[in-house]
Write a protein that binds this ligand. Sequence first.
Ligand SMILES: [Zn+2]
Ligand SMILES: [Zn+2]
Length: 247
Amino acid sequence: MKLTVLGFYGGYPTDNIGTSSYLLESDNFHLLLDAGSYSLLTMEKYVDPLELDAVLLSHYHHDHIADLGVLQFTRLLKRDEHGNRAHMLPIYCHNEDAAHFEQMTLENVSEGIPYNEEPKLTIGPFDIEHLKTLHPVPCYAFRITERKTGKVLVYTADSGFIEDFIPFCESADYLLADSNFYKGMENHTVHMTAKECGQIASKAGVSNLILSHLPQTGDWNNLIQQAQEECPRTTVQLAEKDKHYNI
Ligand SMILES: [Zn+2]
Ligand SMILES: [Zn+2]
């Protein structure tokens, strides 16, 4: 599967880079993983929004859903070269926030499909398990397995450190982790530090760690160093806008 970073900031966009959003592709299936600000414009470089197959949302904070409304409007208003509208877009999301969940469904455009009531979910070529994270609002991490290769990507979404991440990330090929804080802010109830991300990668035997949901301040080289100290056998890198990762 191919992962493309569309935006990686936590909280708010800056410097022409948006907030959390990733495109995951396999066998010409296009899955949008969170839809932060600026993600629609960035995604357009890789796939026509009419050809997007599904959306998977971790939670309803603005930095993860800012472009969802305009994505729905694109598919409501835009037609393809033959004058046809896009198929109904499935938006997989949790239903623990009724007001937001309702907005995922727009007549003839999109349908909100809850994933939180079943332990497993299949979206196109992907098998997906979820884990509730530590965050001020209901939020879910995903363990995404590409069926044909068995390759695994874990996305922590937004979370403070929880022990449950260690079995959830077991032997993952890639861990895309919330690394919003520098060392010294451990045991926070909203986000993790790079150090905690490194500890998870080490204990779970993760091959590659991508630090994302990055802060707008500080020197990111310190994030890499603080993570790498904890997991010397894992390849650690920062999320980069428009970078592709072949998993
Ligand atoms: Zn966030
Ligand atoms: Zn959040």
